[in-house]
Write a protein that binds this ligand. Structure first.
Ligand code: C5P
Length: 300
């Protein structure tokens, strides 16, 4: 299932086809827990070229509206509306916006779709409303919406620590990924709050991160997710079998699931494996990105 990446269009008071890319966690270690219950993690966040797309049209009357229905997300709970509200009140803007959100990223998939939509909304409205907030100020606001939002605002791939707010930019290699949606929705809090979750993985140094192929760089949330949803384990096993061979990366879950992925050095190999994925699962190929496409557009 290939998706064409439409070009971002800018018109007076409007931005159309603004991309909100997905991320993959190339590994995700839980290294501790804060007193407020949030988990301290270490992870490499990788941007990929599969995106949601958003259209923004400025309103003079200050109202914030989402124009389309999005299954499973009521308008007032949508992170894009919450992001717009937060920026409007922080920047004391009198302007409003109409937003159309075209979803391609599954919810409860561990791809950061909701957080990425929120980040793209903050970037677009900071521009359209001329709020002139710095990157740092936007990231501080973004963290109030979700732990992954600051990463998307940072604009590139990163080694992420803390609960998601400590971001060190890194360069990752060009790769293709086969991503399987096992068809289950995993609410993030249910995984993080599980008794069996291990929370004491030894902290790593990012300079030790060779690439994603090393089996010691794992996703600590995966075991819990597989216990709760056997489909995730089935998808990991299936995908890992396609890449059997010494030294090659096995498949892994991203974030708190449910999506699982496997990396390939070339597009053809990824496409061949993707074509074999059992029909009960949705699967697609994505390419690594080095830069957030919306951030890159704003910088030019
Ligand atoms: O911030 P976000 O909305 O993505 O997190 C959803 C939930 O996941 C939080 O309410 C929390 O229960 C859990 N979480 C956590 N530690 C993190 C990120 C999320 O415990 N670093």
């Amino acid at each position: 299932m290939e998706l064409h990446m439409p070009e971002l269009k800018s018109q007076p008071g409007r931005l159309l086809h603004c991309p909100a890319p997905a991320k993959l966690n190339l590994f995700l270690h839980i290294v501790g827990r804060r007193e407020d219950g949030y988990h301290l993690l270490q992870s490499v966040f990788q941007l990929i070229d599969r995106c949601d797309y958003l259209d923004f049209q400025v309103r003079e009357d200050g109202q914030l509206r989402r124009l389309n229905t999005v299954t499973g997300i009521p308008e007032d709970q949508d992170l894009v509306i919450r992001a717009a509200k937060l920026l409007q009140s922080h920047a004391q803007s009198t302007l409003g916006v109409d937003i159309t959100l075209t979803k391609h990223l599954p919810m409860g998939g561990g791809l950061g779709g909701g957080s990425s939509d929120a980040a793209t909304t903050l970037l677009a409205l900071n521009h359209l409303w001329n709020c002139q907030l710095s990157d740092e100020a936007l990231m501080t606001l973004g963290l109030k919406l979700g732990a992954d939002v600051p990463f998307f605002l940072s604009g590139g791939n990163a080694f992420v620590e803390g609960i998601g707010e400590q971001i060190t930019p890194i360069t990752t290699k060009e790769q293709w990924f086969v991503i399987i949606e096992p068809g289950v929705h995993v609410p993030t809090p249910s995984i993080f709050s599980a008794k069996e979750l291990t929370r004491n993985t030894k902290a790593v140094r990012i300079t030790d991160f060779p690439d994603a192929t090393n089996a010691t760089w794992k996703n600590d949330l995966q075991a819990v997710a597989c216990t709760l949803h056997s489909e995730i384990e089935d998808a990991i096993n299936w995908l890992s079998q396609q890449k059997s061979g010494a030294g090659l990366a096995s498949a892994k879950m991203t974030g708190s699931g449910s999506c699982v992925f496997c990396s390939f050095d070339d597009e053809d190999s990824a496409k061949k494996v993707c074509a074999q994925v059992p029909k009960r699962w949705t699967a697609w190929v994505a390419k690594s990105l080095q830069q957030h496409p919306m951030k890159a557009w704003l910088q030019n």
